[in-house]
Design a binder for this molecule. Structure first.
Ligand SMILES: C[S@@+](CC[C@H](N)C(=O)[O-])C[C@H]1O[C@@H](n2cnc3c(N)ncnc32)[C@H](O)[C@@H]1O
Length: 245
């Protein structure tokens, strides 16, 4: 396995350990989730698509808390994640009726299974910022553009930084060397068991954030249009569509 592949499985390792200890939904606490779900409802209102007949795909769906919300509204939903442990947990949460709503897939290698212009909406809640090389980011955005229907909308929610990311990155090692990021030290994270909050130690998983202008540049260079941008200085939300020719 290459360093890049190992890096993209870091979350799988984290989910596996947490699930083994009985923790779940640990990335985003229930308090965080309610804010994210409000942002999603605002986006759904903006996009103006009735649940019935609206096809949604989510990349990096994790343990499926966004899925739960969208499925409960009645959308036709499919979630993809590279982590087997996350997909198992998502299926367990949703129950047998909707268990085909999740598939184990790597957004860098498996998206050719998804036909062109086949989804009305794409959700990416902190998955794009996981991609660290220039080529991975470009290829993924190219797929987002290809899979989204011509009048479709995508929702991106990513961590944001003030400075535009201007370095060119060829692989995970190159990224670590150029950014000085480390991912071995243990940090405290909130985790939940039976509705009770705990603090657990886990290695940090650094990601490649960008500034508003940087994200706009990346998306626009891939044939996407940022229709709306908001940021609280830590996380940004973008509503995105396919650029008109
Ligand atoms: C920061 S987490 C966000 C998870 C989820 N969206 C949430 O908010 O709880 C990033 C997710 O992206 C997934 N991921 C990372 N690289 C991926 C890849 N190459 N293909 C598919 N999923 C990937 C991870 O397994 C993880 O679930």
């Amino acid at each position: 396995m290459t360093d890049d592949e190992k890096y993209y499985l870091r979350y799988d390792d984290r989910y596996r350990r947490m699930h083994a200890e009985g923790f779940e939904k640990w990335i985003s606490s229930p308090e965080d989730n309610s804010g994210v779900l409000k942002s999603i409802d605002k986006f759904l209102e903006y996009a103006g698509c009735e649940p019935s007949g609206t096809k949604i795909i989510e990349f990096g769906c994790g343990e499926g808390f966004v899925a739960e919300h969208l499925l409960s509204h009645g959308y036709d939903y499919l979630g993809l994640d590279i982590s087997e442990s996350a997909i198992e947990k998502a299926r367990e949460h949703i129950g047998s009726k909707e268990k085909n709503s999740f598939i184990l897939a790597d957004i860098l290698n498996d998206l050719d299974r998804i036909p062109d212009a086949s989804y009305d909406m794409i959700f990416d809640n902190q998955c794009f910022h996981m991609l660290v090389t220039d080529a991975h980011r470009r290829n993924y955005l190219k797929d987002v553009r290809r899979i989204l229907k011509k009048d479709g909308k995508a929702f991106f929610r990513e961590c944001v930084q003030e400075e535009e990311f201007t370095q060119s990155i060829s692989n995970f090692r190159d990224w670590l060397d150029k950014t000085g990021n480390e991912y071995d030290t243990l940090h405290d994270y909130p985790a939940y068991k039976d509705g009770k909050r705990y603090t657990v130690k886990a290695p940090r998983i650094p990601a490649r954030f960008n500034s508003e202008s940087g994200y706009r540049r990346e998306l626009e260079e891939s044939g996407l249009r940022v229709e709306y941008f908001e940021s609280d200085g830590w996380v940004c939300i973008m509503y995105v569509s396919v650029q008109r020719e």
